[in-house]
Design a protein around this ligand. Sequence first.
Ligand code: PFF
Length: 461
Amino acid sequence: MAQEKSTFGSKLGVIAATVGSAIGLGNVWRFPAEAQANGGAAFLLIYIICVFILGVPMMLAEFSLGRAGGSDSVGNFKNLTPRSRWWIAGTLGLVASYLILSFYMVVAGWTIEYMFDSISGDLYRGYVPTTESANATFFADKMGEYVTSTWNPLIWTAVMIGLNLAVLLIGVRKGIEKLSNVLMPLLFVLMLVFCYVSLSLPGASEGVKFFLYPDFSKIDIDVIINALGQAFFSLSLGMGILVTYSAYYPKETNLTTTAVSVSLLDFFMALLMGLIIFPAVKSFGIGSTTGELEGTTLVFVTLPEIFASMGNERLWAALFFLLLSVAALTSTISIAEVSVAFVRDRFRVSRRRACLIVIVPLMLTSTACSLSLGGAPWLSVAGMPLFDFFDTFTTNLLLPVSSLAISIYVGWVLPKSFIAEQLTNFGALGGRSVGVVRFAVRYMAPVLISVILIAKAVAWL
Ligand code: PFF
């Protein structure tokens, strides 16, 4: 039984749901870690350029493809060019989304576990704030123990999958849209509170300086490659998400203002996160000794330590992991929807059945990802745990190739008028930005993404 076409109910809903997907662990942990590793403010500067020069046009290419195609990530290509094989390009985003979902669900599970452990006080049990040496590895050990254990992470991953399933079963408008409308403002308020607290710490200005005053000598090709990769990940590009969500956009949605609003909000959240992390890290001198703030360590090791130094650690930790769980939930929902929409549209089954068809194998692949970190080390591919393999394979290869394919398809394969029609809603809106967007999608995106792929291949060889 085919479903009636669902759409988001309001402009705000369109933006909240899309922003919900964009703002995720990518902003909270990946962005500060990348900024730290790539020279702070120098990275921020290049990142802004990447988001607005390439990110927004590519987002518009995905929005146009999804709304005109009106189907799932593969079906959009089939509807727009029925007799071609371009639908294969859609499967790249679909596969990437499924692999990402498998390990991201596990991390999302950790965030809820940490939230509950903060509330119960378990996270700080045995922590002695006075003896420096005894503390050095307390949270790192705790995390290592937790992540590599067998049952606990599996239980919390299952909880996260259950939450996703509940929202997905309710549907696009009443589930995804309603939830995003409530959770996104909550996330925003929590971030502002943390930002205020962090900026009031003694010595906070050191961190602000590192993050906001660029040292241009730090900019090199690696910084540019990393900033572009981060921009694409953070805007959820190439994952099949935006082409799936935009199929639910009403036909009067102004794609350009939506893309600009989503990118601005996503960027603003990354900026806030930098203003939370760097002042706190500099103020307590944590993490700076090792030079690099590795993503997972930052969130699960450095921050709990900072909260302990601030006092009221259980409250701050609980609020922070709530923030993280919210960010993770709205992102996982968006990425799970890619598979749900695919099964629903390709196999013409009800939404309910599609959800179940997606969730059952997901339980297995997420379990395998989690166990590969400890309980079952034989679950490895190319010398790394399945968890890391899925991550590396998607970020380094599948996502860039999927975006490259979309830029070529929208820029070169579809009719020349396609972008103009979608951006102006067939002439109802002004089209000042059409020329710039077309140029970015046809020339800049393919060239830059190819350069990145080649640079990565060379570094790998
Ligand atoms: N834009 C998301 C983020 O920054 O976290 C990317 C994402 C990752 C979306 C994983 C969804 C997801 F499941």
